[in-house]
Design a binder for this molecule. Structure first.
Ligand SMILES: Cc1cc2nc3c(=O)[nH]c(=O)nc-3n(C[C@H](O)[C@H](O)[C@H](O)COP(=O)(O)OP(=O)(O)OC[C@H]3O[C@@H](n4cnc5c(N)ncnc54)[C@H](O)[C@@H]3O)c2cc1C
Length: 432
């Protein structure tokens, strides 16, 4: 008989949030992560209020999050003439009961790992262990096929397997063997961090430029009390011809700043010097903006997809990681209702797969940055007064539509009951 352990493939934001959630509700689990060493890699991401709410419910505190980031105060789009196209407050400043946090992705990831080790134990995350596939068992359980970094292979059996192994998911590849290859729409992002003085509110997300050529930047640390400088996360983005597909090998690589800074040569204003911001970074990474076409289901019997493995999407809505955290919590809620069973996986799939697949397509249409496409269509990007191009009401309605689709409409979120009530446990909870 298969034991009741839940196997998690992938120890990223999604996998570790799942481990913390399962532990909280009394379900034993084990995470297999392919890298040998968890290091604080990556640059910045925003955690939306719907995700921060779940983190607080997981006992991750404001103090914890202030170590890895800071509460965001504003989201703003600015045209190349330096004039605002749109701005809105964020998090607590927008009336949510929870903040939005702009965090260093790598430090946040390490924080989650520390919490897992502290609460479940050092054996909870097996590093250097790549899940290569799965085998469904006749008793309803599942075996994960695992390759260790030393080349050895083994199988681990459990009640369920959660594929949280990211956009290149091996679990998804087996579940959907005919899925199309990764989709690239032509945008290339270069990303880095630079210590600099934060502008506007001191915690503003700024998208500057046009629908095909822009710079996004926001602070991801509180300012240093001595220098006033914050770590600024920046993403420089240009849309290119994609008719011949992505020509570089691999989807992520370190590049020289000279390879791309020329795209931003003249982007200098009294309040911002983009080439200087880019040049002062220690290093830069190139990422084509990629996603995957939605699939019809995220479940195959006792196997489930979660996070980017389920719904890799363009980062235009700043919500892929936030959604991975919410996924973990919805899975936990489904287990409270249906126990550690395939019915729980079916309930999660029924609730999330349809609407979040729609969100993937919406982000392909630029997500909230769609306002820049509207500016381009209506005035070719040149305007004096944005109100003559897109009236304030239309701008506000456009943004409200995105928030609702992404699950962080203010009123609904504030009024929604906790995803997992305090103290809730699965029926078969063990004393863990
Ligand atoms: C430029 C950019 C900006 C972004 N900005 C935001 C933002 O502001 N807000 C936001 O919420 N999200 C943002 N995102 C998205 C966010 O980073 C991802 O959605 C999130 O990291 C997904 O987490 P995950 O755990 O599902 O996948 P991943 O982070 O990819 O983690 C998967 C893990 O599984 C491991 N793994 C892979 N294959 C295997 C295997 N076969 N076996 C075992 N382990 C395996 C990997 O090593 C990794 O640790 C952004 C993304 C990009 C590219």
């Amino acid at each position: 008989m298969t034991n009741s352990v839940v196997i998690i493939a992938g120890g990223g934001i999604g996998g570790l949030s799942t481990a913390l959630t399962l532990h909280q509700i009394g379900v034993p689990c084990i995470v297999f992560e392919s890298v040998r060493d968890l290091r604080p890699l990556g640059v910045g991401i925003n955690l939306q209020p719907n995700a921060v709410r779940e983190l607080y419910d997981l006992g991750i505190t404001e103090q914890d999050l202030d170590r890895v980031g800071l509460p965001a105060k504003e989201w703003a789009l600015v045209g190349l003439n330096g004039n605002d196209i749109y701005s809105e407050p964020r998090g607590l400043f927008a009336g949510y009961n929870w903040p939005q946090y702009a965090v260093h992705r790598g430090l946040f990831h390490v924080l989650l790992h520390e919490k897992v080790v502290e609460r479940i134990g050092s054996e909870a995350v097996r590093l250097g262990s790549r899940v290569t596939g799965y085998r469904k068992k006749s008793d309803g359980g599942v075996s994960a096929l695992i390759e260790h970094a030393d080349g050895s292979t083994f199988e681990v059996s459990g009640a369920l397997l959660i594929g949280a192994d990211g956009i290149h998911s091996a679990v998804r590849a087996q579940m959907h063997p005919n899925q199309p290859p990764i989709h690239w729409g032509g945008a290339v992002m270069w990303r880095g961090t630079t210590w600099a003085k934060p502008i506007r509110t001191g915690a503003s997300f700024v998208g500057l430029g046009t629908h095909r050529h822009r710079m996004v930047f926001y602070p991801i640390s509180h300012p240093d009390p001595q220098t006033g400088l914050s770590m600024i996360n920046w993403i420089a983005e240009v849309t290119m011809d994609n008719s011949e597909g992505w020509k570089q090998s691999g989807w992520f690589r370190q590049v020289s700043i000279d390879d791309f800074v020329h795209h931003f040569d003249n982007w200098i204003w009294g309040w911002l010097d983009v080439p200087a911001l880019i040049r002062q970074a220690d290093c830069a990474f190139e990422n084509p903006m990629i996603d995957r076409d939605p699939v019809s289901t995220w479940r195959d019997g006792p196997v489930l997809l979660l996070g980017d493995a389920a719904h890799a999407m363009y980062p235009t809505g700043s919500n892929g990681g936030s959604q991975a955290i919410v996924d973990a919590r919805i899975l936990g809620a489904a287990m409270i209702e249906h126990d550690v069973t395939q019915e729980a996986l079916a309930a999660y799939d029924a609730k999330l797969c349809g609407p979040i697949s729609q969100l993937i397509l919406r982000n392909r249409g630029a997500g909230p940055f769609g306002l820049l496409n509207m500016v381009d269509e209506r005035c070719g990007g040149t305007f004096n007064n944005i109100d003559d191009v897109i009236p304030p009401k239309e701008r506000a309605e456009f943004m409200a539509g995105y928030r609702a689709a992404a699950g962080f409409a203010t009123e609904q979120l504030n009024k929604a009951p906790q995803t997992i009530p305090n103290g809730a446990r699965v029926r078969t909870a063990r004393a863990v």
